[in-house]
Design a protein around this ligand. Sequence first.
Ligand code: HH2
Length: 270
Amino acid sequence: MGVLNVTPDSFYDGGLFLDEQRAVAHGLDMARHGADVVDVGGESSRPGAEPVSEREELARVVPVVAALAGHVRVSIDTVKRAVAEAAVDAGATLVNDISASLWPVAAESGVGWVAMHMQGAPRTMQHDPRYGDVVAEVHGFLRDRARRALEAGVDEVWVDPGIGFGKTSEHNLALLLHLPELVTDGLPVLVGTSRKTFLGRLAAGPGGEPGPATDRLAGSIATATWAMLAGASMVRVHDVSSAVEAATLVGTTRLGVPGPRPAVRSGAES
Ligand code: HH2
């Protein structure tokens, strides 16, 4: 799943694709590089983000969804019912819902739905996130939401632990470590770690300042690869070609087929 933020303020690609033509070109480019889904969003959910009006969000996303829908599967990343409905009318076939509350839209319109876990709301969610048992609470929440959606008649239900959404680095790591348990529930799992702050914190080490999002490619691909090996069916990424390359390598390894090997100089192998 390639990320396409039609926003001025997203934490990594904010402002790059606010222009409709640039957004569409980037979406098509991600599809060419192997994205199965392009996730179009018109409201940043980064920590501290201010909400955007419905009118503004509709104006940002609907033309982009309409232009991409004939070329690649499009998901709509929104928490607003009206935006989800308009995007589905424009051709989106998956509602990516960080509020985990829009399953009725998916049920009514016959599209897929992603339930993501978030503690609190973007503006304040990173102030002091607390859990008794983060893995049990997040998994329990996702199971409950998925059950409600399935009962309402949604055929395609995804679950996503919501890395970085009301979670410390330790919470994020615990959720990644325990991903295989979420996978065993049988629902397809989506994971989004791409360029997120906890990767910068981990790379900086204890007491260090996290580096900028531009320095987080290695961590993004490492954690996406871990998620794929742990059984996630989809990873949400900004860097599609690197992620597709990692997915190809992991896929061939998992099937027991030797993947491409680096050239080894004779006699110099250690
Ligand atoms: N992360 C972001 C947004 N939407 N959806 C799902 N299902 N899972 C995620 O982890 C997820 C998501 C945040 O990333 P991004 O869209 O790049 O940034 P911003 O919210 O600043 O636009």
